[in-house]
Write a protein that binds this ligand. Structure first.
Ligand code: GRF
Length: 202
């Protein structure tokens, strides 16, 4: 399955997906890395790996126009499945509708806890003992689609948001490729569709 990855910055999750896609038996291949930020560090890295990249700043244009350009780049690269990886914009209902059920995101909390930003600081303030990350389907609502997979880490005494973020990030890099591979496989093999629908209601 051809995967398009949307990023806004560092792109470490994108890099984890690129590395995971190298073996020939991986059920997804990275066809395009696109960004709303032409300066995103991840874009340069992806280009160095020989992956097609696309940068489109949304500045000075209506959101619909910006998204139409991203959409066109994804479609001309043959993308069938989209992974958001540190993509810092909310996609419009129109865009989500056009890719319904085919956009995944990784979020650094155990959803439904801590949607939105500053997840690690919020977990520390709440004195949570467990934190983690979630891969979920993207819907119109921020961080609210069905959760497809989660990984947990302990919150340690004296943790700063940065320390916790680093511990969670290690798990993000493991979780995202695993869930995407499973998801891409169920898209290919209809006999696995049941497994997928079960996962979707988790
Ligand atoms: C990750 O923590 C991801 O969960 C969140 O934003 C961060 C992006 O990091 N959505 P990177 O760009 O993948 O390195």
């Amino acid at each position: 399955r051809k995967l398009g990855i949307l990023i806004s910055g560092r792109g470490s999750n994108m890099a984890a997906l690129v590395e995971a896609a190298r073996p020939s038996d991986c059920p997804f291949e990275v066809a395009l890395v696109a960004s709303d930020n032409p300066e995103a560090a991840g874009l340069a890295w992806a280009a160095e790996q020989g992956i097609a990249t696309f940068a489109q700043s949304p500045k000075g244009m209506p959101k619909a126009e910006y998204e139409a350009r991203i959409d066109a780049a994804l479609r001309s690269a043959g993308v069938e499945l989209i992974a958001l990886a540190g993509y810092m914009r909310l996609l419009s209902p129109g865009f989500v509708g056009r890719w319904a059920g085919r956009i995944l995101n990784i979020h650094p909390s155990l959803l439904p806890k801590y949607k939105g930003l500053d997840t690690h600081a919020r977990a520390i303030v709440a004195e949570d003992t467990v934190a983690g990350c979630s891969v979920h389907l993207v819907t119109e609502e921020l961080d609210a689609g069905a959760v497809l997979g989660q990984a947990k880490v302990p919150v340690l005494t004296g943790d700063t948001a940065e320390a916790l973020a680093a511990r969670v990030l290690v798990e993000e890099h493991r979780l995202y490729p695993r869930v995407l591979a499973e998801f891409a496989r169920t898209m290919t093999d209809p006999s696995l569709a049941r497994v997928r629908s079960l996962a979707l209601v988790l």
